[in-house]
Each structure stands twice: as C-alpha cells, then as structure tokens.
Design a protein around this ligand. Structure first.
Ligand code: PLP
Length: 392
C-alpha cells in the first residue's frame, strides 16, 4: 500500500511549511471550523471513560444516530446502527462484508478504490451521468456489471457519495432512483456515503438511496465533515431492516471486533449529543455550510473566468475543475499534458497544492483537478471563523 493521495498531500504541505516555504494547501479535505464549546464539554465530561466499549457502540450514541436519520426521512431503530472510529473503517468492513467486486463512480473518493484493492479486487469504474457526480450512470452500470459477470467477476456492491467528494455535486433524484432500480435488478448492495449530507448549500429534498432501495442500502455518516471533527474519529453506519441488512451488520460487527474493538468512549458521548441535533449545533453547521458554499462558489467563478470547465459546487467543500479547454496553451506554455503535470507545476512554481483527477480514478490524461476550498479560509474568512468561536 501507498499512503492515501489526500494524506500524502497533507504531508507535502507540512514538509514545505517546515522548510519555511509558503504553501496554499487546497489538497486535503478538512474545514478547520472550531469545535463548539458544548461538544467539547460532552467530550471532556466523558474523559474518565477509559475502558473498551461495546463493539457496536454505546446505546445512547446508536439511539442518537437513529434519531438523526429518522429526522432526515430515513426511519431508523438503534439496533440498525453500528458506530466506528470514523466512517472510513466502517466502509472498509462493509466492502469486506459484501464479499465481491466493488462498483465505483468515475471519479470517486480516493479510499474506496484503495479499500477495494486491499480486499484484492480492482474496482469496476462506471462514468457518472453528464454534469453530475457521486453516482454511476444506471445504464452504464448495468452494462458494466453484466460484462464483468460474463467475464467471471462478481460485482456485489456499488458505492455512491451524496453530496460528492471530489466533484462537489449532489446527484439528482432521477439519477439516484435509476441507480436504485438498476441495483435491485442486478442484486447489488448500495453503500450510500452521506458524510457531507448536512453541508448541501441549497435547501431541498435529499436524494437518499435508502428511500428508494431500503432493503439494500447501507448509509454512513460521521462527525468528520458536518462538524469538522475528523480527528475525533467517530462515524456510524445504518443497515437496512432486512435479512441482508442483518447479515451485513453482523459481518461488519465481526470485522470491527477484530480490527478496532470499540470506538473511543468519550467521542461516542460527544457524537450522541451531536446526532441529537441540538439547536446550537444545528446553527453551527449552518454557519459552516454557508461559509463552504460562498467560498466554493467564489473559487468556481475564478476557475470559470480562467476558461476551465467547472461543475458548480452544490455541497461539501470541493470544486472540480477541468482544464481541458486550455489544453493547447498549457502544453505550449508549460509542457502540461495531464492533471498530474498540472498539480506538479502548481506546487513547484506557485506553492499551491491541489489533487489531480487521476487520484480519484479519472483518466490519467484528463486535465482535471480537485480543489479543497477550506485551505483558503485562514486568510479570507477569518472574521466569519471568529464569529463561529464567539462564546468559546
Ligand atoms: N467518505 C468521504 C467521501 C470522505 O471524503 C471522507 C473523508 O475525507 C470519508 C468518507 C472518511 O471520513 P471519516 O473521517 O468519517 O472516516
């Protein structure tokens, strides 16, 4: 294994800063929103809980997560929920539980493909519907899965990301419904990674696959993005109330018992509080969401103005820019032919860190990059960030 592209970008930033170089770090997806004092209180109050906890997570945290989903129109009971140290290991255990090949949108978040490879299987990549992100095109998936099966492969699970990292797009209801129908037809499990769910910029219905394919959808969330608490390492998975859901949950619980034993107890108490949606925290998330939205839109405008094709961001904190319209001038002026060339030149000549689209499974010759906008906040949004900590 090599270190994840996003974590590697982070390390490159740290090394350059340590060497005294100025770096604009737009590679790693971390928002730097200060922790709310009430959440900090919950954490410190539980600091004395030093023992291992139940593998599935403590009751109050599982109940709170069930309430979180139920209030978001996915009715959930506590015993459908497992907690984990972030959603990443839960997703890995889920891919393992599915036990076959993994279908991914192209592009998709870096770790799904790496996790699939850890399980000894190259992912099956399916393009997303035109102008969308985070969900494979249903017809293309149908063709790809049938072709893979005919070739002796065993696709069993498709991963979707709503809203998406890396494209910043929220898949349309139409595409999600079509995906659900195709998954049912093909008997695929759906992993719905909804880690950025509370960071959708415009209000409106959220197209959760659990609404249309409740019997086969496993949904994940965590505190990492909505609350900018990635370092606290707490996430949750919701399994369907179906025989398939029960089998998957038991398999994930088994993997959890052998890999991480339990989620750190103080974090679970903080999560129980966060997932109960107290007004103060809901307001904090809304402030963060507005900040991400306004900065992401501003960044998208800059790229559009420069002649790139940009997918207008809809949620989370990423902008996906395609420099293809500038291909000739980039090649002529700087010898840039690929997204990897582009990111190298941006770093070496301008001290700007972004990630190439190829890190997310886009074609190596594509001139796409993902920009994580929170790296800009330090300077341009200090007042809004200060407003977030008032009272701390
Ligand atoms: N899913 C997506 C789409 C992400 O972007 C990330 C983090 O970057 C994760 C999952 C992992 O999050 P966690 O901190 O909950 O493990």
């Amino acid at each position: 294994m090599t270190v994840s592209a996003t974590l590697a970008a982070n390390e490159a930033v740290a090394a350059r800063r340590a060497a005294g170089q100025e770096v604009l770090a737009l590679g790693f997806g971390e928002a730097g929103i200060p922790v709310h004092p009430l959440l900090r209180q919950r954490l410190t109050k539980a600091a004395g809980q030093t023992g291992y906890g139940p593998v599935a997570g403590i009751g109050p945290a599982r109940e709170a997560a069930a309430g979180y989903w139920t209030r978001r129109a996915i009715p959930t009971e506590a015993d459908q929920v497992l907690l984990g140290p972030g959603s990443k290991p839960l997703l890995f255990a889920l891919l393992h539980a599915a036990g076959g090949d993994v279908v991914l949108p192209k592009p998709a978040w870096v770790s799904y493909a790496a996790q699939s490879q850890l399980l000894g299987r190259d992912p099956i990549r399916v393009p997303v519907p035109a102008g969308e992100g985070g969900v494979p095109d249903a017809e293309a998936m149908d063709a790809a899965v049938r072709e893979a099966r005919a070739a002796g492969r065993d696709p069993r699970i498709v991963v979707v990301t709503l809203p998406d990292n890396p494209t910043g797009r929220l898949a349309s209801e139409q595409s999600v419904k079509a995906l659900c129908e195709a998954a049912r037809e093909l008997d695929l499990i759906i992993a719905a990674d909804e880690i950025y769910r509370d960071l959708v910029f415009e209000p409106g219905a959220f197209p959760s696959p659990a609404a249309w394919a409740p019997e086969r959808t496993v949904t994940t969330t965590s505190l990492s993005k909505n609350y900018a608490l990635g370092g606290w390492r707490v996430g949750a998975a919701r399994f369907p109330a179906s025989p398939l859901g029960e089998r998957l949950r038991e398999s994930v619980r088994g993997t959890a018992s052998e890999l991480w034993s339990s989620t750190p107890m103080p974090m679970q108490h903080a999560a129980a509080y966060a997932w109960s949606d107290p007004q103060e925290l809901v307001e904090r998330v809304a402030l963060a969401r507005n900040l991400h939205g306004s900065v992401a839109n501003a960044v998208a405008e800059v790229f559009t103005g420069a002649g790139c094709e940009v997918m207008p961001p809809q949620g989370g904190f990423y902008v996906w820019a395609d420099f293809a319209p500038l291909r000739d001038s980039l090649a002529a002026r700087r010898g840039i032919a690929t997204g990897a060339d582009l990111t190298r030149v941006l770093l070496e000549r301008f001290g700007i860190v972004v990630l190439p689209g190829s890190a997310f499974g886009d074609d190596p010759e594509a001139l796409t990059v993902r920009v994580a906008v929170p790296g800009i906040y330090g300077e341009s949004d200090s007042e809004r960030l200060a407003a977030l900590v008032s009272g701390d």
